[in-house]
Design a protein around this ligand. Sequence first.
Ligand code: RB5
Length: 144
Amino acid sequence: MSATPVAIASDHAGVALKGVLVTELRALGHEVLDLGTHGTDSVDYPDFGHALAETIVAGRAERGVLVCGTGIGISIAANRHAGVRAAVCHDVTSARLAREHNDANVLALGARLIGDEVAKECLRVFLATAFPGGRHTGRVAKLG
Ligand code: RB5
């Protein structure tokens, strides 16, 4: 992993799980760049997906974590930015394969779909798994 912080953002549906993941990231020794939201007032998930994507594209963070109700809407927003590969993961296997096959740089999680422990395990595996390159390199390049 790089020395850059791990960026994290959520909407109101994901804010509680975001808090759990911020604690986990710090326990793992990562600096955290928390882009909000910071409360349970209703917000629009694209605003936070875009903000995190801009942070990745600008190089202020190498990896990011997004949380909304499903992980879907906020990942769609992030994936509109060239260079961002956000993967919605519901289990450890999808988190590992998102790194190994897709070189995903953003983990998207659905707070209404998975529990805290699964989310933390997804996070740990996502951050610990290297992209092996090889046959996957050209395919990832075609993602643009
Ligand atoms: C918010 O109610 C919900 O729509 C949002 O968190 C997310 O699930 C959208 O994809």
